[in-house]
Design a protein around this ligand. Structure first.
Ligand SMILES: Nc1ncnc2c1ncn2[C@@H]1O[C@H](COP(=O)(O)OP(=O)(O)O)[C@@H](O)[C@H]1O
Ligand SMILES: [Mg+2]
Length: 365
């Protein structure tokens, strides 16, 4: 996939900017706080409909402005795709999604036109944080991989919200049998999510392990991932979850929340059978996260028959020269947008284009 243009309007620090990156590596160089990550965030917004670093869309609107717009054009094997997002300061106005010039009613329709894998400094949290961070990682990857996953997740989250609302209203009294309908709905919606998560973790495992060994350069360190779910091993996921929901009903009523289901899933990360989170060094954690991102890149490349766009935010400076070279070698062939403060960190990256990022603008070097 080739990103041929990125256009921003009143997005974060940019009034107006147009970027037309060539194939290969485009370097965005500049001091801290000049707006490098903002550019990658804009691309991410067009690929997934949301930022990689905030859940508040309004944060992305330039201060004092009412609205922001971002548009990308990509060339894929099947032709040109254009995706745009417009955000509004006014909380009552929903964000607008454009695909090939037309407004589309559902967020899901944005997905699958422009595809990216983002490497960012916050990725370390993938290992260190709780299960939610790893579920988000899987959800973002799977949504880009299959739009049906995005819709399945939306359905599940809606059902979960309704069930939790009912649990809350039942505190004031009422017949708990009203939960039956939501239990069934949740159980039904969970099946495709669990199936796709299970398959994806299984598929990524081999790649992630082999990337780890290659980047670390050590055969004796074995990296592994495991999908953990209360219903992971069930032959019939819906039936199993329905049973668990019934069993936990009293507890759910007491705790006023749904304690069973894929919204409690995790992906555990191990190094030599020990949990990385508790035992991994900083370097091991960093290598593991790179391996997960590279495995995501492989998965999307395989399923879509072309490479996704790679967004590397400040990652090179964190790596030693050998790891840096290995990372660059593994992603050669893809189009890359790479940010850095110091272009001497680029080592073997051989950029096709270097842009200097200044407050609110870009200058070709
Ligand atoms: N909504 C916004 N409106 C205007 N400026 C913003 C907004 N959000 C962030 N900024 C500015 O963007 C800059 C940070 O951009 P960022 O891309 O994170 O920098 P870096 O180059 O370090 O990656 C800061 O100067 C910040 O003030
Ligand atoms: Mg940054």
């Amino acid at each position: 996939m080739l990103l041929s243009s990125l256009r921003l309007h009143e997005f974060r620090s940019y009034g107006q900017v147009l970027l037309t990156p060539p194939p290969g590596v485009t370097v965005l160089a500049g001091k801290n706080g000049t707006g490098k990550t903002n550019l990658l965030e804009a691309v991410h917004l067009c690929c997934l409909g949301r930022s990689h670093r905030t859940s508040q869309d309004r944060d992305m609107i330039m201060h004092e402005k009412e609205s922001a717009a971002v548009q990308v054009t990509v060339q894929r094997r099947d032709g040109e795709h254009q995706v745009g997002v417009r955000l509004y300061e006014n909380a009552r106005r929903k964000k607008l999604i454009y695909v090939n010039g037309k407004i589309v009613p559902r967020m899901g329709e944005l997905i699958g036109h422009a595809t990216c894998v983002m490497f960012s400094p916050e990725d370390l949290q993938l290992v260190k944080d709780g299960p939610q961070a790893r579920r988000r990682f899987l959800d973002m990857l799977l949504s880009q991989d299959q739009r049906s996953y995005f819709y399945a997740l939306q359905n599940y989250n809606n059902a979960l919200k309704q069930r939790n609302a009912l649990l809350k209203s039942l505190q004031a009294g009422g017949d708990p049998r009203q939960l039956d309908a939501w239990d069934e709905q949740l159980a039904l919606c969970s099946a495709p999510i669990v199936r796709m998560r299970r398959e994806t973790v299984e598929e990524m495992k081999k790649q992630a392990t082999s990337h780890y060994t290659y980047i670390a350069g050590k055969n004796e360190e074995h990296f592994d991932l495991r999908y953990v779910s209360q219903v992971a091993d069930a032959e019939n996921v819906s039936e199993k979850l329905l049973k668990l929901l019934k069993e936990s009903r009293a507890e759910d009523l007491r705790r006023v929340t749904t304690t069973r289901g894929p919204h409690r899933d995790d992906v555990e990360l191990y190094l030599n059978e020990r949990e990385l989170k508790s035992f991994g060094s900083q370097g091991q954690i960093r290598t593991a996260v790179l391996s997960l991102r590279l495995a995501s890149f492989d998965l999307l490349t395989k399923h879509q028959g072309e490479t996704p766009l790679l967004l590397l935010d400040d990652v090179l400076s964190e790596l030693d020269a050998t790891r840096r070279e290995k990372l660059i070698e593994r992603v050669s062939g893809a189009q890359v947008l790479l940010t850095c403060t110091d272009i001497s960190d680029l080592s073997e990256a051989k950029p096709a284009c270097v842009l200097r990022v200044m407050n609110g603008g870009l200058i070709q070097q």
